[in-house]
Design a protein around this ligand. Structure first.
Ligand SMILES: Cc1cc2nc3c(=O)[nH]c(=O)nc-3n(C[C@H](O)[C@H](O)[C@H](O)COP(=O)(O)OP(=O)(O)OC[C@H]3O[C@@H](n4cnc5c(N)ncnc54)[C@H](O)[C@@H]3O)c2cc1C
Length: 624
């Protein structure tokens, strides 16, 4: 049974909480509905007897907290050691992430370790059969831009599962293990000790976790060459709907055959997904996104990459980690992660190309791709301008003398190198040593230059740092345009084949003009992947309708240029209702079936990726 979108039902059904004060019924609703307590099938539900209605003057209806206590008691008796809270400050905090939405959860649960997660899934999973609106939404650092970690039910904050495990280096492979709540920056520090890094690092690596990056199948600058997080997974420990942990990893035919003989959830799911792929292989292949980057849908096209016929003959693997990574917690909760890492790149060369004529951007970038760059990143004139006018911002990011040197480089570049004319785009291209040994960077720079865009090799480390500082701060800088508005994340993840980049961008510029909205732009040029952040006032009542209209028009444009509406930030609340623009009707049904095979009772993060249930207009935040 799918979850109903009636938030009051959720309010009535959520019965876990502490402290014991009266718990206000949620304010943000999934869809506008009369505020009432609607207990589902209450006769069968002994707990409901304790959820007595109490009418109060201020909030309408409040519930007797005894029900919450009972549920907490159930968790404790089952061996749960973590925290359970309905404290107002916590519910406020978890009502938002970096998206444009605001949805208030009922309860926050913080497991202490893996077995706590198992207890929560088992207990709440059992109760969802009686209270169908109960669900579990895993949350990591909450930096997601699509609303993936927001819910009107129970948030499971994974912050305490934050241990780094072993790093092992064998001849040609480095592998590390960690828990999902580990901050990316802490994992990075550990890897650095071994001269290693995880290539799909995100621009948010200082504020996000590795588990959230797995949840979203995140990517970053070096993904141009090295792909998404999913490409680096060795295995994942996942708590499935029966509340048990399973280690999920790529399986050879022999291993797959041995697995499906067993009698447990992992075996059942593996067998069912295999059958689903066999039945729909042609449709799945047809729907595989054409862009190199995508975190939309369930990546069924990567589960048996060699194809069913080859797999049956013993070639290739059956790999469920490909759909768990990027599933946004909709099919299970990840409790342990094993990934490969790569030696840190040394002696790289940076090329900088100032693009003054947009029509030439695609040409330069496509030419640079011939040299297999590690990354090709871009930021626009507005971003550079915001950096120039907000030097203080960099004070917190750069220490002492380095701050002054970087600022000096920024102003010299503007006044002298750019002769006070900021390029439409600044393009940064990183080449590895192997490439530049074959052909010197200076020659490559000459080759990719166009009539008005002259590429040059940046040899000065301070100048290089200056460009990367601006690129990495692009999103935060865009907040300085107008403090009474918010750079809104909803058009921020479109990607098109790089050869279509100039035409696509010109069309987008036109659309922004039509909607009379400004937007800073940055992104991963080599992937034709742009982050547009239109500046909107969320206190304005017309903004929700504008968001819907703009999303519709802009997403159509991305698809028109053979693009994707979701390169790396995943579907969340914002893109799930628009997946029909990218995928066939049948494919959307296959996605639904995939989710259902893992999660038939819809315990895990309902309303994301399939079966959208959060109305965009009604759940948009009202503050900037
Ligand atoms: C300034 C800025 C820059 C950014 N740059 C990038 C970028 O370069 N590339 C990029 O891809 N993204 C980027 N993002 C988006 C975001 O930071 C990333 O997607 C990040 O990886 C999310 O991590 P998190 O810890 O905040 O996860 P959250 O937002 O808390 O969660 C992300 C999703 O994963 C699910 N989840 C969390 N933990 C688990 C678990 N244990 N098991 C199952 N599911 C789970 C959640 O339910 C949610 O759906 C950026 C965001 C900001 C604010």
């Amino acid at each position: 049974m799918k979850k109903s979108s009636s938030a009051p039902e959720v309010a009535a059904a959520v019965v876990v909480a502490a402290p014991i004060k009266k718990v206000p019924v949620k304010k943000a609703v999934a869809k506008k509905a009369p505020r009432k307590i609607a207990l589902k099938d209450s006769k069968k539900v002994p707990l409901a007897m304790t959820a007595k209605k109490i009418h109060t003057r201020d909030t309408g209806i409040k519930r007797n907290p005894l029900g919450h206590l009972l549920m907490e008691k159930m968790l404790r008796e089952a061996g749960f050691h973590g925290e359970v809270s309905t404290a107002k400050e916590l519910l406020d905090k978890y009502s938002t992430d970096e998206s444009i939405f605001s949805i208030r959860p009922q309860v926050v649960i913080r497991p202490r370790h893996k077995s706590d997660v198992e207890v929560v899934v088992k207990t709440i999973g059992r109760e969802t059969k009686r209270f169908s609106s109960l669900s579990l939404t895993p949350r990591a650092a909450g930096t997601g831009l699509g609303g993936g970690s927001l819910t009107d039910s129970i948030v499971v904050d994974m912050m305490h599962l934050n241990k780094m495990g072993d790093v092992t280096i064998k001849k040609d492979k480095a592998v590390f293990t960690c828990e999902p709540g580990l901050m990316w920056r802490d994992m990075e520090k550990e890897l650095k000790k071994h001269d290693l890094y995880l290539p799909p690092y995100t621009a948010s690596k200082d504020i996000c976790t590795i588990g959230g990056a797995i949840g979203n199948n995140s990517a970053g600058p070096d993904s141009l060459r090295y792909g998404h997080c999913a490409d680096w997974v060795e295995s994942l420990d996942v708590v499935l709907k029966d509340g048990k942990s399973y280690t999920i990893k790529p399986l050879t035919l022999k291993e797959f055959q041995a697995l499906i003989k067993q009698k447990h959830e992992h075996a059942r799911i593996a067998q069912s997904i295999y059958e689903l792929i066999v039945k729909n292989e042609v449709e799945i292949k047809r729907n595989k996104p054409k862009t190199k980057k995508n975190s939309s849908g369930y990546a069924l096209w990567n589960v048996i990459p060699e194809g069913v016929v080859a797999f049956k003959k013993g070639k290739g693997v059956f790999d469920l980690t490909r759909i768990i990574t990027g599933s946004q917690g909709t099919i299970g909760i990840v409790t342990n992660i094993t990934m490969r890492a790569l030696p840190i790149q040394k002696n790289t060369s940076l090329l900088m190309v100032p693009i003054f004529d947009l029509a030439e951007a695609a040409d330069t970038i496509v030419k640079s791709l011939k040299y297999n760059p590690i990354n090709v990143e871009i930021f626009d004139a507005l971003t550079f301008d915001l950096a120039l006018s907000n030097p203080d911002f960099f004070k917190q990011r750069l220490s002492g003398l380095m701050y002054y040197r970087v600022m000096l480089s920024m102003y010299t570049t503007y006044h002298v190198r750019f002769a006070r004319k900021i390029p439409e785009f600044t393009v940064l291209i990183t080449l590895d040593e192997e490439t530049t040994q074959k052909k010197p960077a200076v020659e490559i720079a000459k080759e990719i230059s166009t009539k008005s865009s002259k590429a040059r090799v940046v040899t000065n480390q301070v100048e290089a740092e200056m460009y990367w500082q601006i690129r990495r701060a692009s999103y935060t800088l865009s907040k300085f345009q107008d403090r009474n508005k918010r750079p809104a994340a909803f058009l921020e993840d479109m990607t098109v084949p790089p050869e279509n980049l100039s035409k696509f961008f010109m069309q987008i510029k036109k659309l922004f003009k039509e909607f009379n909205v400004t937007a800073a732009v940055h992104g991963h040029g080599g992937n034709g992947h742009f982050h547009f952040y239109p500046l909107l006032d969320f206190t304005n009542k017309t903004t929700p309708a504008l968001v819907e209209k703009m999303a519709d028009a802009f997403f159509d444009t991305a698809v028109k240029f053979k693009g994707d509406i979701c390169g790396e930030h995943n579907d969340g609340i914002i893109r799930t209702p628009y997946l029909h623009k990218m995928f066939s009707k049948k494919m959307l049904e296959i996605f639904k079936e995939t989710e259902h095979l893992f999660d038939p009772d819809d315990i895990f993060n309902p309303g994301k990726k399939v079966n959208p249930r959060f109305d965009i207009r009604h759940n948009i935040r009202h503050t900037n």
